[in-house]
Design a protein around this ligand. Structure first.
Ligand code: PLP
Length: 379
């Protein structure tokens, strides 16, 4: 049996007519960039994320860039973040001219460890601390970072909090939606995210009317009024076609999330029946509403061989992420070394994402667990 890591065709099949209708409407209007479709999407998403303001942008990466620019982070500033994330988180920091300062993760959730955060800040000298302007916690795999202590530390040191919620639309921390907790929330609608567009798109959320005004300018080259530029922004505009697709899909997001959570619960039952505790660990579900963008198991030994075995047997799987950011070649100038962030490094050697998408059948879930059991017990 084939079990892909993600099957977007299955989802499209159920939405085909509805989506083609709105795409036609956009084509007939010939209104392609921003405009009423984008405003509608922003309103719906602001409501969904429980914030007063949302700004549609061109990608999750540009959401991070735009938020940092709007926060005034730039040359000579430090920004704290985790080395265990998709590249864009640290890439955006470097691209505004700031320096990524990494903080190791919690080994159960793979999210930024507040204790480590305190330790890293304490180790800084006065000037370094003075130049530290922001922090980007990531809600990895769809589960919120431990925001309460992070917010307290941010407040104490006067840091702007930018949530990287690219994998976490609709996830919750103590009853609060991802993207509504910090100063800015950054979302991605890359097709493989839980709410995926038909190309690149993203969103920035904020509770502050001042931040909102700034974000709208930054999205359009820092322009206000037309052809007058007080700030240097970018072209971070989002297409009406993408907004139309996102608006249609948003109606189904909660039902898809339920199915992902259901699949996660089924995995927990199947894995426990298979008795594989000595070989692997299932993801910890600690915060309120985990939306399971990924279901990531920790494989104590032979992770790469298990991956090969699964792929050879038609089971999709992927390593998120094989190289922690502090060891990426492009960041060698930061001077980090192997051993600096042991929890992240262990995670990069042991984690493996297995299929969790909503349309999976019970048989497919069984097949994934059977193949993993077969590998370890050499049945
Ligand atoms: C996907 C992702 C991004 C980037 O989003 P794009 O839309 O691909 O630019 C940033 N951070 C994290 C954690 C992501 O998963």
């Amino acid at each position: 049996m084939n079990v892909p890591l993600l099957d977007l065709k299955a989802q499209y099949k159920s939405l085909r007519e509805e989506i083609r209708l709105v795409l036609d409407e956009v084509c007939d209007s010939q209104y392609f960039i921003l405009g009423p479709r984008v405003e509608q999407m922003e309103e719906q998403l602001a409501k969904y994320c429980a914030v007063p303001h949302a700004v549609g942008v061109s990608s999750g990466t540009d959401a991070l860039l735009g938020a940092l620019m709007a926060a005034g982070v730039g040359n000579g500033d430090n920004v704290l973040t985790s080395p265990y994330s998709f590249f864009a988180t640290a890439g955006a920091i470097a691209r505004v001219g700031a320096k990524p300062v990494f903080v190791d993760i919690d080994k159960r959730t793979y999210n930024l460890d507040p204790g480590e955060l305190r330790r890293v800040i304490e180790k800084m000298d006065g000037a370094e601390r003075e130049n530290t302007k922001a922090i980007i916690p990531i809600h990895l795999y769809g589960q919120c970072a431990d925001m309460e202590p992070i917010l307290a530390i941010a407040k104490h040191h006067n840091l702007v909090v930018v949530e990287d919620a690219a994998q976490a639309i609709g996830s919750e921390y103590k009853g609060r939606r991802a993207g509504s907790i910090g100063d800015f929330g950054c979302f991605s609608f890359f097709p493989s995210k839980n709410l995926g567009a038909f190309g690149d798109a993203g969103l920035i959320t904020t509770n502050s009317p001042e931040n909102y005004k700034m974000l709208v300018k930054i999205r359009m080259h820092g322009m206000e009024p037309k052809y007058y530029h007080q700030y240097i922004g970018g072209n971070f505009r989002v297409d009406a076609l993408q907004a139309a697709v996102i608006s249609v899909k948003l109606k189904y997001l909660d039902s898809w999330t339920k199915k992902r959570q259901h699949n996660g619960a089924t995995y927990r039952r199947l894995f426990s029946e298979a008795g594989l505790e000595q070989w692997l660990q299932l993801p910890a579900e600690i915060e309120d509403r985990h939306i399971y963008n990924q279901f990531v198991i920790r494989v104590f030994q032979d992770r790469d061989k298990l991956k090969e075995h699964l792929l050879a047997n038609g089971i999709g799987c992927e390593i998120y992420y094989p190289v922690p950011l502090h060891l990426q070649k492009c960041f060698s100038y930061l001077g980090y070394q192997e051993g600096d962030f042991p929890v992240s490094e262990d995670a990069s050697r042991q984690t493996l994402a297995i299929p969790i998408y909503p349309e999976l059948s019970q048989d497919q879930l069984c097949c994934v667990v059977e193949q993993i059991e077969k590998f370890f017990k050499r049945k």
